[in-house]
Design a protein around this ligand. Structure first.
Ligand code: 5GP
Ligand code: ZN
Length: 114
């Protein structure tokens, strides 16, 4: 997708602090962090929302979580814990329509979310 900011981050057209790039998944630091560690894991492939997932994407979605596990360990969060969130659609607060798994940690998290 030519007008998608996360496709542009994955291609290097827009700069980002990339911490992991492996097997079709890119992880970079959120521009507006909501916790001491706030990373976004995206597939290189453009998929707009969870609603656009197909059975063929199952392995790729699994890889997002494996990347989250790896970067959380790199950030020293594996033992203390961290939150993963994927917003879907307007009411959930999705603002970038290229699926992304938020990885948040480094402070206690509240539940329920806002
Ligand atoms: P959403 O609200 O769609 O779940 O999350 C989008 C996230 O992308 C937000 O946390 C926002 O700060 C982040 N974001 C938006 N534009 C950029 C950008 O150009 N670079 C980076 N690194 N993060 C971005
Ligand atoms: Zn995209």
């Amino acid at each position: 997708m030519t007008d998608c900011i996360f496709c542009k981050i994955a291609s290097g057209e827009i700069p980002a602090e990339i911490v992991h790039d492996n097997d079709g998944v890119v992880v970079f630091r959120d521009l507006n962090p909501q916790a001491p560690t706030h990373l976004l894991a995206i597939p290189r492939q453009h998929i707009a929302t969870i609603n656009d997932l197909e059975p063929d994407h199952a392995e790729l979605v699994g890889k997002l979580y494996l990347a989250a596990k790896a970067v959380a360990a790199d950030e020293g969060l594996a033992e203390r814990g961290y939150r993963t969130v994927m917003n879907c659609g307007e009411e959930a607060g999705q603002t970038v329509f290229h699926i992304h798994l938020h990885i948040l940690g480094g402070r206690p998290m509240q539940w329920p979310p806002g």
